[in-house]
Structures are given as structure tokens and as C-alpha cells.
Design a protein around this ligand. Structure first.
Ligand code: ASP
Length: 329
């Protein structure tokens, strides 16, 4: 007969080894990697680098490096983390794609609910409709009439189906009832280069990286996606999409940190503690504020609140995406 003690002692041994491992975590010889599923220089990359700096400070200067594993709308990087060792050294930093890709992809190679440990949400970001500098429109009224006069000829850049920019661009097209050609990139940094160069007409992206380009007069800015105007000096004269007549239009992007499933609880606790110190770091708050982003300071900084929020976002966006009938695979 099998001894009932055996599984209990096995579980105790596992717990003990997780605790011993956690005491040592993070080991001074091993950097922590934030896998970032978009190209360097974009808004998600910027947010990840700001967080890495603040969390490193909170962890006594421990090195945190960024791995830009871009492509397939952010699913390549997320899949890499889903399959990585659950040791706390390989983490995923991503945005709303965590909630939109499960619907945009019919065959996503990982499970958002089951393959990750949720560490905490960090920040929220408004978005901003911008255009190439040579566009013959200077405000939303002129833009909408230019779009209507050029149906079938307009293209709009994004970071791939299911990315934040795609979601925003898709809502924009369905609200004004005009189809445009979507041009996907591996992140909005390369898309921004083409927008500035006039190869694409429009993009809707996070304010964190649109603000410097608007300020430098490299792109034209038309509207923000929040229900109320933003206080940023660069964007305060931009109307909201709703003011511009696009009823109910509202998109806010959020960013969070994830570990592979099975990461020991004491390791997750250390990461969550560092994240909670980082979101109160005045330097981190100042940097997010300058980009029009808001640092999250509520129950979503904790694993349970983070996961509940992402599950609610999946349920919120699934019908919108299905109604549009746009899939990434
Ligand atoms: N802003 C991008 C998106 O549309 C991603 C990025 O490059 O940060 O999802």
C-alpha cells in the first residue's frame, strides 16, 4: 500500500527548496531579464526601461536587462516567457495585448490565464491620433473630410493585429465608417520612423512616445483617446475623440509584469515588493507623467487584482474584436 506520508514529505521538500532558492533570489551573478515583445524605442519599451530602472533601485541595484523579442503582434515575446524557466529571472513586460491577443489569435501558442503568474500592473496610458507631417489637414474636422475624400487610399500604421495601435486604429475606422489599409510593424518605433518619413498616413499610439515627436513638429497631432482632455502642455489643445464627434470612443492602454507559471511564491513576493516600491518612486512617477501616463496605485499592483483586471479586459474586448472580424492568424 502506498504511504500517505510520501506525497506530504515530497510537498514539504518542494516548499523547502523554493524557500532556500528564494532566500538567494536574486543571485548577484544573474541579471533579471524583462522580455519586451515590441521593438526598442517604442512606448512599451520606454515604460519597461523606466520600470527596470526603478525596480533595480528597489532591489539594491540588481541588474535588470531588456530583451526586445518583437514580432507577431507581441506574441513571440509572451510565448518565450510562457515557456521560460520559472526561476524569476525571465519576466514578461507587456501591455493590453495580454488581453487582446487571446481573441485576435485563434491559435495563440500560450494560455494567458494559465501560463503566467501575475506580478502587478504598473501604469496606464492614453493614446493619440497622429499623422505624417505633410498631411493636408490640421485638425480633426479637416482630417475627417480629407479621409472621406480619399477613401481607399489611406494607410494606417500599427504594431500588428491585436497591438494597442491596431486596436485604436480599428476603433477609429469603425467609428468613422471608413476602411483603411493597415500597415503592421514589429513595434511602433519603426512605424513612427515611416510616419515621419511620409510612407504611412496615420497612426494611433501611446502618448509617451508621440509627445516628443509632436513637440519636435515631426508629426501632426489630431486627438486624444481619453474621455477628457489631457493636461500635457503639448496635448492640452487636442480634442478628445468624443469631442470630435466620435461617440463613445475611449481607449486606455495598461502595462504589467508577468512571470512563467510555477515561479516560487517567495520569488514572486520579492518581485511584487520591488514593483510596489517602484510605483511610488518619484523619479519613475515624474517620467510617466511627462509622457502623459498615470502610475497605477491600487489593488491592481497586486497579483490577484492584476489578474482579475486582465480577465475583465479580455471579456471587454473579445466582443469588439469578434464584431470587427479581424484575426491575426
Ligand atoms: N505601441 C505599440 C502597440 O501598438 C507597441 C510598442 O511598440 O510599444 O502596441
Amino acid at each position: 500500500m502506498r504511504s500517505p506520508l510520501l506525497p506530504v514529505s515530497f510537498a514539504c521538500a518542494l516548499l523547502l527548496s523554493a524557500n532556500v532558492f528564494a532566500q538567494d533570489y536574486p543571485s548577484s551573478s544573474k541579471p533579471i531579464t524583462f522580455v519586451l515583445p515590441y521593438a526598442a524605442g517604442g512606448p512599451t519599451d520606454k515604460a519597461a526601461r523606466d520600470l527596470a530602472q526603478a525596480m533595480s533601485k528597489a532591489m539594491g541595484g540588481h541588474s535588470i536587462v531588456i530583451d526586445n523579442s518583437a514580432g507577431a503582434s507581441g506574441s513571440i515575446g509572451a510565448n518565450k516567457v510562457a515557456k521560460a524557466s520559472a526561476d524569476g529571472y525571465t519576466l514578461l513586460f507587456t501591455h493590453i495585448a495580454q488581453a487582446t491577443l487571446p481573441t485576435f489569435f485563434r491559435n495563440l501558442p500560450y494560455n494567458v490565464e494559465k501560463d503566467f503568474e501575475y506580478i502587478g500592473l504598473v501604469s496606464e496610458n492614453p493614446m493619440n491620433l497622429i499623422g505624417r507631417p505633410s498631411l493636408p489637414a490640421n485638425n480633426m474636422v479637416e482630417l475627417v473630410s480629407w479621409i472621406n475624400a480619399n477613401k481607399g487610399k489611406i494607410n494606417i500604421a500599427n504594431a500588428g493585429p491585436g497591438s494597442a495601435s491596431h486596436l485604436c486604429g480599428m476603433l477609429f475606422q469603425s467609428t468613422i465608417k471608413v476602411d483603411m489599409t493597415s500597415v503592421p510593424y514589429k513595434g511602433t518605433a519603426p512605424a513612427m520612423t515611416d510616419l515621419i518619413g511620409g510612407q504611412v498616413d496615420l497612426m494611433c499610439d501611446q502618448t509617451t512616445t508621440t509627445i516628443p515627436q509632436i513637440e519636435g513638429k515631426k508629426v501632426k497631432s489630431f486627438a486624444v483617446t481619453t474621455p477628457t482632455r489631457l493636461s500635457s502642455p503639448v496635448l492640452k489643445d487636442n480634442p478628445t475623440m468624443q469631442e470630435a464627434g466620435l461617440k463613445d470612443f475611449s481607449v486606455t492602454i495598461w502595462q504589467g509584469l508577468y512571470a512563467p507559471r510555477g515561479t516560487p511564491a517567495p520569488v514572486l513576493k520579492k518581485l511584487n515588493d520591488a514593483l510596489k516600491v517602484a510605483v511610488k518612486d518619484p523619479d519613475f512617477i515624474r517620467k510617466q507623467d511627462a509622457g502623459g501616463a498615470t502610475v497605477i496605485n491600487d489593488a491592481r499592483n497586486d497579483p490577484a487584482g492584476h489578474k482579475a483586471f486582465v480577465m475583465a479586459e479580455i471579456a471587454k474586448w473579445a466582443p469588439v474584436i469578434r464584431a470587427a472580424g479581424v484575426y491575426a492568424d
